[in-house]
Design a protein around this ligand. Structure first.
Ligand SMILES: Nc1ncnc2c1ncn2[C@@H]1O[C@H](COP(=O)(O)OP(=O)(O)OP(=O)(O)O)[C@@H](O)[C@H]1O
Ligand SMILES: Nc1nc2c(c(=O)[nH]1)N=C(CO)CN2
Length: 198
């Protein structure tokens, strides 16, 4: 008996075939993604390293580069209303689809006891997906590229350090965007260092 003559075998809907094919393409073809990390509560450096290590422990994800650490004034809130941040950017190569990368970021935020209270409120850790390959999406659950990355020196400066040729799809070269926003409110912390996961 073959699939044609077996009445218990149902045809596979085209949408399922497409989804399986798409997953397969990702599995054999890892994508580059850029992830920004920020912390302004608790032991900020330890938490950033913990998030990098947790990302590195994720099946289907390899951390390929870790930026220098920047001390940055809180962006988007009144001056002096929050402690300063430590920010860094990492690049990763991954077979995870964008939605799974976001989920993993949220799980790491939860593991570090991040509490969501106010918009742009202080946090133990923030994991933002800045770019995923050249994907452009307006989906509010996962907007790609991150809709505010091109305005944020605390993302652009560390990203430019690890990839001076980087581009934000639809926005242009990171180096030019950084030149436009400037370095005010940023201090590179030469005394602090983040490592690739062991
Ligand atoms: N590129 C993205 N990276 C991370 N979260 C995103 C992205 N695009 C949309 N989101 C959504 O934004 C929601 C709010 O995220 P979050 O609480 O980290 O915002 P925030 O860090 O306070 O502000 P901002 O988005 O300006 O960095 C998340 O639940 C997530 O679904
Ligand atoms: N300096 C700085 N400011 C912020 C940051 C951040 O990581 N660094 N994150 C925010 C929400 O994502 C809002 N403001």
């Amino acid at each position: 008996m073959n699939a044609q003559s077996d009445p218990t075998v149902q045809p596979v809907p085209a949408s399922v075939v497409e989804a399986v094919d798409a997953a397969d393409v990702t599995l054999s073809n890892p994508k580059w993604a850029v992830v920004a990390l920020g912390a302004n509560l608790g032991n900020r450096l330890e938490t950033l390293q913990g998030a990098i290590d947790a990302l590195g422990d994720t099946p289907g994800l390899r951390v390929k580069a870790v930026s220098p650490v920047y001390e940055t004034e809180p962006w988007g809130v009144d001056a002096g209303s929050q402690p300063s941040y430590l920010n860094a950017v990492i690049s990763v190569k991954t077979t995870l689809p964008p939605s799974s990368l976001l989920e993993r970021g949220h799980a790491i935020e939860e593991a570090f006891d991040r509490v969501r209270e106010e918009r742009w409120g202080p946090r133990t850790i923030d994991v933002d997906i800045i770019t995923y390959a050249d994907v452009v999406s307006g989906d509010p659950v996962l907007t790609l590229p991150h809709p505010r990355a091109h305005q944020r020196a605390f993302v652009l400066a560390p990203w430019n350090d690890i990839d001076p040729e980087a581009q934000i799809p639809g926005q242009g070269p990171v180096a030019a965007l950084l030149a436009a926003v400037g370095l005010a409110g940023l201090t590179r912390r030469e005394d602090l260092e983040l490592r690739l996961p062991e």
